[in-house]
Design a protein around this ligand. Structure first.
Ligand code: ZN
Length: 49
């Protein structure tokens, strides 16, 4: 899927899982537990494998 290619650069160590801020929609790195944009800790995890 095209979304996978878009976020691949963010997820160098785990290409099959996408983390996205539930509040503002920012794509996060897999190691981030808090959104750097809005500070929310509500992170959505998507398994795209
Ligand atoms: Zn956010």
């Amino acid at each position: 899927m095209s979304l996978s290619a878009t976020v691949r650069r963010w997820l160098a160590d785990d290409e099959n899982v996408i983390y996205e801020c539930r509040h503002c929609g920012t794509t996060l790195m897999s190691t981030e537990q808090q959104c750097p944009t809005c500070g929310s800790t509500e992170i959505a995890k998507f398994d795209v494998s």
